[in-house]
Design a binder for this molecule. Structure first.
Ligand code: ATP
Length: 484
C-alpha cells in the first residue's frame, strides 16, 4: 500500500537513526543543520554505493580514469569557474516568523499549487516571470512576484517579507599562519573544478586520447539557505562526478550516450523504473548547450538525483584565461589542437543513499505481525549474510563460528547469538541483510543449515558447502554491470 509521503519521510529518517544508518551531526549538542553522520550500517551502504559508481564509471570504461583532488584549491579557481560571481541563491525572510526561505522555491511551490487548482494560465505566467527573473538575477522582480501572487509563509500564512537578497553559497575560511600572510580560500562547492585544473596532468600521465573521462568522488560544501530535507539537501555532502572530454561537435552524441547509460545504471539495480524520469532543462546555464536531470520520486516529490550536462569548452577556456596556461589537446588523428568540449555526469552520494532508503523501506503485516524491511538491492546491502546458532549451547555456537569464518573472506557477515531467532530475523530485515543462516541440532547431524531469504521469508534446508555459491549468485557485481 502506498504510504502518505510526509509519514514515509519521517519513518525513513527515524528508521535510519534507530538502526545505525544516519545520525544528525553533533546530536548531543542539538545537531547542526544540514549535516549528518553515517553509522555502522550506513557507512557500509555508502561505501557500496560509491564502489558501484566507481566500478561502472572507471573500471568498466577503459577510457575513464580516476582522480582524488584536494578540497582546498587556489582561490582563483572559483573566480574562473564563475562561482564567486554567480553561485548564489535568492534568499527572503519572513518578518513575523523569522523563517528563511529560498525565494525561487517559494514561487515554485505557488506554481505547483496553481497547477493543482487547474489555474494553468496563471501558473504558466508565473513560471515565465520566475524564469526571466532568475535568468537576469533580478532580486527585486522576485520580490514583486511574491507580493503580486500573495505568497505566504507556508508555516504561518504571514505575507510580510523582507526584500529578496542574493546569498553566496560558498563557505570561506582562511589559510596561513598569520593575519598578514593568510588568504581567503573556499571549501569547494563541487568536485568538478579539481578535474578541470588537472586535465592535462591526467591526460598525459594516463596516456589517454580524446574522448576520455576523469572521475572523482569527494566532499563538497554549500551553505544552503534551507535544509530540513534530510540527506537531500546538506551543507556538507559527497559528489561523484565525471567529466568526459570530447572533440568539439561530437558533444551531443556523448550527451545522449551518458544520459542513457546513467539511467540504466540505476535501473540495473532492479529499482522501480516508474519512479525515475528525465527532466530536460529549457533554461540552460550560461556555459551549457544541453542539460538533463535524472529525477526520482522521493518522499518529498520528484526531485533531481543526478545532472548530466554538456558544458561546452567553457571551463577549460576560463581556466586557460585565468591561469595564463595553455589547456589545449593535440589530436593525433585530426592533426590539430583544440580545447575539448565536456560532458559531465554529477550525482550526490548522499542523495543516492536517501533514494535507496526510500526505495527499500517497507512495512508489512505478515501473519498478523508487523515487520519493517529494507529491500536494499543485495549487492548494496551492508551485510550479505547473518549467521545465528539457534541456541547458545550444545556446540551450536562453535559450528556457527566455523561457518562464519568460512564465509567471511567472501562476504561481509554478521554473527549474533542473543535473543529469539524471530527477533534476530526481524533485526536483519530492518537493516536489509538478504540472507540469514541458522545453525540447529540437525546441522550437527547432516551438515545442513536453514537459509532464510529476506524478501520472500522462505526458509530452505541447504548443505553448508553450497552456501557460498548461493549467496554469490545474488550479490555478484558482474550481473548488475552487464545489465547496464
Ligand atoms: P539542486 O538544484 O537540487 O540544488 P544543483 O542543480 O545545484 O541541485 P548540481 O550543482 O548539479 O546540483 O550538483 C550535482 C549533484 O550534487 C545533484 O544532482 C545532487 O545529487 C548533489 N547535490 C547538490 N547539492 C546538494 C546538497 N545540498 N545536498 C546533497 N546533495 C547535493
Amino acid at each position: 500500500m502506498a504510504m502518505q509521503p510526509q509519514k514515509w519521510f519521517k519513518q525513513i529518517v527515524a528508521h535510519a537513526k534507530e538502526y545505525g544508518f544516519v545520525f544528525p551531526s553533533s546530536e548531543i549538542y542539538e545537531g547542526v543543520g544540514g549535516v549528518y553522520d553515517y553509522g555502522p550500517f550506513g557507512v557500509e551502504l555508502k561505501n557500496n554505493l560509491r564502489a558501484y559508481w566507481w566500478r561502472y564509471m572507471v573500471h568498466y570504461h577503459s577510457n575513464v580514469v580516476g582522480l582524488d583532488a584536494a578540497i582546498f584549491m587556489h582561490p582563483r579557481v572559483w573566480e574562473a569557474s564563475g562561482h564567486v560571481a554567480m553561485f548564489h541563491d535568492p534568499m527572503v525572510d519572513n518578518l513575523d516568523t523569522k523563517n528563511r526561505y529560498r525565494a525561487d522555491q517559494l514561487i515554485e511551490a505557488k506554481i505547483e499549487q496553481l497547477r493543482r487548482k487547474k489555474k494553468h494560465a496563471r501558473a504558466e505566467a508565473l513560471q515565465a516571470a520566475l524564469n526571466a527573473a532568475m535568468q537576469q538575477q533580478d532580486m527585486a522582480a522576485l520580490g514583486r512576484l511574491i507580493e503580486e501572487y500573495e505568497i505566504a509563509d507556508p508555516e504561518s500564512g504571514s505575507k510580510r517579507w523582507t526584500a529578496v537578497r542574493q546569498f553566496n553559497l560558498m563557505f570561506s575560511t582562511r589559510m596561513g599562519a598569520t593575519d598578514e600572510s593568510s588568504t581567503d580560500i573556499y571549501l569547494r562547492p563541487e568536485t568538478a573544478q579539481g578535474i578541470f585544473v588537472n586535465f592535462l596532468n591526467v591526460q598525459k600521465t594516463a596516456r589517454q586520447k580524446v574522448p576520455f573521462g576523469i572521475a572523482q568522488v569527494g566532499k563538497a560544501f554549500r551553505n544552503e539557505i534551507v535544509t530540513r530535507q534530510f540527506l537531500f539537501r546538506m551543507r556538507e555532502f559527497e559528489q561523484m562526478e565525471m567529466q568526459f572530454f570530447v572533440r568539439p561537435g561530437t558533444e551531443m552524441e556523448w550527451f545522449s550516450y551518458w544520459k542513457e547509460k546513467r539511467l540504466r545504471w540505476f535501473l540495473a539495480l532492479g529499482l522501480n523504473a516508474e519512479r525515475f524520469r528525465y527532466h530536460d532543462h529549457e533554461n540552460l546555464a550560461h556555459y551549457a548547450n544541453a542539460a538533463t536531470d535524472i529525477e526520482y520520486a522521493f518522499p518529498i516529490g520528484f526531485r533531481e538525483v543526478e545532472g548530466i550536462h554538456s558544458r561546452t569548452d567553457f571551463d577549460l577556456r576560463r581556466h586557460a584565461e585565468y591561469s595564463g596556461k595553455k589547456l589545449t589537446y593535440y589530436d593525433p588523428e585530426l592533426k590539430e589542437s583544440y580545447v575539448p568540449y565536456v560532458v559531465e555526469t554529477s550525482i550526490g552520494l548522499d542523495r543516492l543513499f536517501f533514494l535507496i532508503l526510500s526505495e527499500a523501506y517497507a512495512q508489512e503485516t505478515v501473519e498478523g505481525k508487523q515487520r519493517t524491511v529494507l529491500r536494499i538491492p543485495a549487492v548494496l546491502a551492508p551485510y550479505k549474510v547473518a549467521i545465528f546458532p539457534l541456541v547458545r549451547k550444545d556446540g551450536l555456537p562453535e559450528k556457527a563460528m566455523e561457518i562464519f569464518e568460512a564465509l567471511r573472506p567472501h562476504f561481509n557477515c554478521f554473527y549474533e547469538e542473543k535473543d529469539s531467532i524471530g527477533k534476530r530475523y526481524r533485526r536483519q530485515d530492518a537493516v536489509g541483510t538478504p540472507y540469514c543462516i541458522t545453525i540447529d541440532h540437525q546441522t550437527l547431524e547432516d551438515n545442513t543449515v536453514t537459509l532464510r531469504d529476506r524478501d520472500s521469508m522462505q526458509q530452505e534446508r541447504v548443505e553448508i558447502p553450497r552456501l557460498i555459491d548461493i549467496v554469490k549468485a545474488r550479490t555478484d557485481w558482474a550481473e548488475v554491470l552487464r545489465r547496464i
